[in-house]
Structure formats: structure tokens, C-alpha cells
Design a protein around this ligand. Structure first.
Ligand SMILES: NC(=O)C1=CN([C@@H]2O[C@H](COP(=O)(O)OP(=O)(O)OC[C@H]3O[C@@H](n4cnc5c(N)ncnc54)[C@H](OP(=O)(O)O)[C@@H]3O)[C@@H](O)[C@H]2O)[C@@H](O)CC1
Ligand SMILES: [K+]
Length: 559
């Protein structure tokens, strides 16, 4: 699984390697510059052609990101390029490694103060290197720096216009939060690049908020640093919090998932695959719950029952076959149904309704205790995990239930470790207004409060898993474990933003809970599969298609 780092964590890894004598800062900078040049030639092989004139404009800043820029300038020049280098800041104040590379560059080329740059410099340039700021940006991007990048961006539309390559992060982007650090709204922050080459590991900001659009494409350059040392995480110098996992499609992750999903395959009785109960709204409001139920069934819950108010039974019966149907007049009838210990996962919210009856149903679901409850196929794991509260059923709480929770502190207080909240941005703001306010405040200082921070804080307050939806879905549990399922870059699936898609996701997670997945694992796996289904189906997808795509995804995983 890929781990995403904060700027501080990256610095800690670098420092540990340097302190241990494994590498010097200068060597790291050289490898970073080399990694960038390699990535450029791999991305655009035509730029490597000999016998042609290639020209690059390198924009360097006052820190080590600028130092990387000087290395790139030198290596391109050695490869036969014409290179013009501009520096923002005073060369005398460059940090030591950057200064060495400034001087090395000085042996073959000149460095021009950034104030002298003109648009005409971009004419005929094949490349613009953005080395103004990397992980050290702590304040809004200076206007003097954003204008040249924007000008380069404008010039890209010319025939043979320049490709813009950002070193580590597009300058201005906060590496921890993915926000663009700015101090006003004059639009100058609208810049970007064609390729981002980052070092060692991707940073959180590449997969959050504006990072999703500004980075364009991410290539990781190996600069020979060791992977994260788990001992540091336990307090020996590593910067908490824990690194955030990126749910990706790398081979290790696929193998692990295939394994986990295939586990229950050899059990033959349907109830040994769990029984999910999904509550539906009233007449004409059952579609969302039916989508969730279909998702739960397809993902492998052995049995799925939809619970509807008596008046909505006929409507639901007309639409359901493999999904069972039962009527709930009120909370008492739900409590009675929950005496069935085979029901081992619940989903409340999609289309449920905002009335008093629904509130009572939520109370009944959250209050239920069943000492002999079947914990599902992965019994041992379920007992050990953080969400293991004996006698409590795991519950996915979505949509209307999130509104109820936001309106009623007593209800919120009933949340327990086996709950999973699945808010989108609006629902998150209603549930956790203080965290949302911090998140939505203009980002003027780095590291800015991020969606990861907000989701971790929310999980801690709620005492359960929170899955904060978006193209950058962040999932966290109260212990600080956190992952991102980002539908971007090679996993970009904008067509997933379609009505009912969230209901299917709630159903996926419920089905996995029924199969015995722990809450965090169920949320992560459900979100990952949700995106994979969208990728498999492609544009034109509607919510009904998502569960129907699962068999193909399972086949790919070897389940
Ligand atoms: N870590 C690693 O393993 C490796 C890291 N490497 C590279 O180093 C980069 C990190 O370098 P970095 O820490 O020097 O930070 P960087 O982004 O260059 O900027 C800091 C400078 O900018 C200044 N400054 C900040 N904001 C400002 C503003 N708004 N307006 C004006 N000034 C501002 C700030 O000044 P200060 O705030 O200290 O006054 C400081 O002078 C990293 O992204 C990667 O490219 C590689 O070489 C290989 C290995
Ligand atoms: K940069």
C-alpha cells in the first residue's frame, strides 16, 4: 500500500538518513534533479531527440526546491539543451546545498533575477521547470512567482508551447493539505502544470483538494531513501501522526484485497456470509435503500433484507427479488427483528426520512444490544479490531441519518465504535461545523488544516469510523488510522458523481460488514471497489450499474 507523507514526515525521513550517514543532502538533491530529467525524457521522448534545439526555462526559488531546479538546469545543459535560469530571492541567502548547486550551475550558465523575466522568454521553450517552492512553502505564493507560471501556462497553447514540470509540488500548493496558499481572491492562484515529479513518496497534498487538479500527473522519483521505519512511528523521532495510506491499484494491494474478499468463498450456507438489514423510507422513497441493498448483496452479504414501512411494502415487493422484505411499523418492530442474531450489519439513512418515526428507528438501531450476536465470518479478526464491541452490530449511517445526528446531540452521543458515518461535504459541515469551518477557511499558512485533519478529528469526536466523501474520499478511525481513496490520475472516474452513487457505497460497506470486515476495513474496501466499478464501467454510468460491475472487478481480483 502506498503511504502519503506530510512535509514534516518527509523531512524526518531525509534527516534520519543523513544523520545515519547513509546519504548527504547534496546527494539527495542530485538524485532528485536526475530523477526529474529522467521522468521528463520518459514522459516526452521527443524532448530527448539529438540534433534538434531544445530550450528550457528554469524558475528557481529561495529554498532547496530551487536547489533541485539548479541541478535540473545543469543536467539539461549537459544533455545539449539551451537553458535559462531565473531566481526568485537572494542567491547569498540560499540554503547550503542549494547554494552549491547554484554555484555549479554558475560554471556553465547565468542566473537571471526573476524580476527580469518576460513572456518572450517562453517563445520556443519546450520546457518550463517550476522549482520555486516545494514542501517548505509556508506562506502565500508571491505574486512575482505565480505570474511567470501563469504566463507559461498561457503560452502552452502556442504551437510547440512549453510543457510545465513541477518539482515535488506545483509551487503554491500546500504539500500537507492540497490547498493553494493564497491571501486574496484575484484569481492569480489559478496555475498548474503538465507533470509533477515528486521525490521518494507522494505527499498528502497531491491527493487532496486542489492538488487533484493542479498536479496533472504524478511521477515518483526514487532518491534512494529507505521506506518509512515503523519504529519511528512508535515515537522514536518520527513525526506523528501516522502516515496516510493511499488506496491504489498496486499489485500488493490487489493481492491483499483479493485474498480478503475470497476468504468466505468456501462456506456454503448463506448466513455464514452474513445478513444485512437496510432500512428504507416511505412510499415513493425506497429507491436509495434498494440501491444500497443491491450493493450489499452483490458485494457478497449472504442475505439482505430491506425493512420498509408497511405502506411501502407493495412498492418494494414489485422491485425486489433476491432481496428479502420486511415491514417496520415502528421502532419496537425493529427491536424485535433485531432479536434475530443472524442479522449482523445494518444500514440506515438512504432515503430514510427526517421525521420522528425515523429518529426512533435510529435510536433503536444504536441502542440495540445482542450478546449472542454472530460476528460474521472473520470472527477472530472482528474480536481483535478497534471496532470490536461485543453485542453491538456494525451500522452504516448515511444521508438522512446524518441530518438527524447533526440536529440532536443525544443521538450523536449514542454513536459507538462499530458505526460508520459517510458524509459528503455538506453533511460533514452540518455534523462537524467547527472542523468544517477550519477546513473551509482561506488557506494562508502552511501546513494548512486539511481534509485528513478534519476527518481524523471527526472520527475522534464521534468515536467511530468517518468516511468523508469526495473525489478525495478520506477515511479515518478514532485511533488516527487514515486512508484516502482518490478517484484521480490513473483512477479518475468523474462519472461516479451521479445520483444514487453514495447509496450504493453505503450498501457496499454494509455488505462487507455483514461478511465480517471490521469497520475501517469495510469502509476502505467498499470505497476502493466503488471506484473500481466506475472505472470498469466507464462514462455513461448510472448508480444501478455500479453493483452490476462488481462481478467483473472480483474476477480481476481473482475472487
Ligand atoms: N526532503 C527531502 O528529502 C528532499 C528535499 N528536496 C527538495 O527540497 C524541497 C524542500 O526544501 P525547503 O525545505 O528548503 O523548502 P522550499 O519549498 O524550497 O522553500 C523554502 C524556502 O522558501 C521560503 N518561503 C516559504 N514560503 C515563502 C513565501 N510564500 N514567500 C517567500 N519565501 C517563502 C522559506 O523561507 P522562510 O520561511 O524560511 O523564511 C525558504 O527559504 C522539497 O520540496 C524538494 O524539492 C530535494 O532536494 C531532495 C530531498
Ligand atoms: K515546485
Amino acid at each position: 500500500m502506498t503511504e502519503l507523507l506530510t512535509a514534516a514526515q518527509m523531512r524526518a525521513i531525509e534527516k534520519a538518513a543523513i544523520d545515519a550517514g547513509e546519504v548527504t543532502g547534496l546527494e539527495l538533491m542530485e538524485r532528485a534533479g536526475q530523477g526529474v530529467v529522467d521522468a521528463i525524457f520518459e514522459e516526452w521522448p521527443a524532448l530527448r531527440r539529438v540534433g534538434e534545439t531544445h530550450r528550457a526555462v528554469v524558475l528557481c526559488g529561495p529554498g532547496n526546491n530551487g536547489g533541485d531546479g539548479f541541478v535540473v538546469a545543469r543536467l539539461l545543459k549537459e544533455a545539449g539543451w539551451e537553458v535559462e535560469v531565473f531566481l526568485y530571492g537572494d542567491p547569498k541567502k540560499l540554503p547550503p546545498d542549494a547554494k552549491v548547486n547554484y554555484e555549479r550551475w554558475g560554471q556553465t550558465g547565468v542566473t537571471i533575477p526573476l524580476s527580469e523575466i518576460r513572456r518572450s522568454y517562453y517563445q520556443g521553450a519546450g520546457l518550463v521547470i517550476d522549482a520555486f517552492f516545494g514542501t517548505g512553502l509556508a506562506r502565500p505564493l508571491p505574486l512575482e512567482c505565480s505570474i511567470p507560471i501563469r504566463d507559461a501556462y498561457i503560452n502552452q497553447d502556442q504551437p510547440n508551447g512549453p510543457r510545465i514540470v513541477a518539482l515535488d509540488v506545483p509551487s503554491g500548493l500546500c504539500a500537507d493539505s492540497g490547498f493553494f496558499l493564497h491571501d486574496d481572491d484575484d484569481g492569480r492562484n489559478w496555475i498548474g502544470c503538465h507533470l509533477t515529479v515528486t521525490f521518494h513518496q507522494a505527499k498528502l497534498g497531491h491527493y487532496l483538494e486542489r492538488g487533484l487538479t493542479l498536479c496533472a500527473r504524478i511521477i515518483k522519483a526514487d532518491i534512494g531513501l529507505p521506506p518509512i521505519d515503523r519504529r519511528w512511528v512508535r515515537g522514536k523521532g518520527f513525526v506523528p501522526p501516522l502516515p496516510v495510506a493511499l488506496l491504489s491499484s498496486d499489485e500488493k494491494q490487489l493481492a491483499g484485497l483479493g485474498n480478503r474478499l475470497g476468504k468466505a468463498k468456501h462456506k456454503h450456507h448463506k448466513y455464514s456470509h452474513g445478513h444485512a438489514l437496510i432500512l428504507s423510507g416511505g412510499v415513493g422513497k425506497g429507491g436509495a435503500a434498494r440501491l444500497a441493498a443491491r450493493g450489499a448483496l452483490r458485494i457478497g452479504a449472504g442475505a439482505v433484507t430491506l425493512g420498509a414501512p408497511p405502506a411501502a411494502l407493495i412498492e418494494n415487493a414489485a422491485q425486489l427479488n433476491a432481496i428479502m422484505l420486511t415491514a417496520f411499523k415502528d421502532a419496537d418492530s425493529l427491536t424485535e427483528t433485531l432479536q434475530d442474531k443472524r442479522i449482523n450489519a445494518l444500514c440506515l439513512g438512504p432515503g430514510l426520512g427526517l421525521g420522528a418515526r425515523e429518529k426512533e428507528l435510529i435510536v433503536a438501531a444504536l441502542d440495540q444490544r445482542s450478546p449472542g450476536l454472530d460476528p460474521g465470518p472473520q470472527t477472530q479478526a472482528a474480536r481483535r479490531g478497534p471496532g470490536s464491541s461485543p453485542g453491538l452490530r456494525p451500522i452504516v449511517l448515511d444521508a438522512d441519518v446524518l441530518t438527524h445526528l447533526a440536529q440532536d446531540d443525544t443521538l450523536f452521543g449514542k454513536l459507538h465504535a462499530k458505526c460508520i458515518l459517510t458524509p459528503h461535504a455538506g453533511e460533514f459541515a452540518r455534523l462537524f461545523p467547527d472542523f468544517a469551518e477550519k477546513l473551509n477557511a482561506p488557506a494562508t499558512k502552511g501546513p494548512a488544516y486539511s481534509k485528513v485533519d478534519a476527518t481524523r478529528d471527526a472520527a475522534k469526536r464521534a468515536g467511530c469510523v468517518v468516511l468523508f466523501k469526495g473525489p478525495d474520499t478520506v477515511i479515518a478511525d478514532p485511533s488516527g488510522r487514515c486512508s484516502i481513496n482518490a478517484s484521480v490520475y490513473e483512477r479518475s472516474a468523474p462519472w461516479l458523481a451521479t445520483a444514487g452513487s453514495g447509496d450504493v457505497l453505503a450498501g457496499f460497506i454494509t455488505g462487507l460488514l455483514a461478511r465480517g470486515f471490521q469497520p475501517m476495513q469495510a469502509a476502505e474496501t467498499g470505497a476502493w471497489l466503488h471506484t473500481e466499478c466506475a472505472l470498469g464501467f466507464g462514462p455513461g454510468l448510472i448508480a444501478e450499474d455500479i453493483p452490476e460491475e462488481l462481478p467483473k472487478v472480483f474476477q480481476k481480483l481473482g475472487v
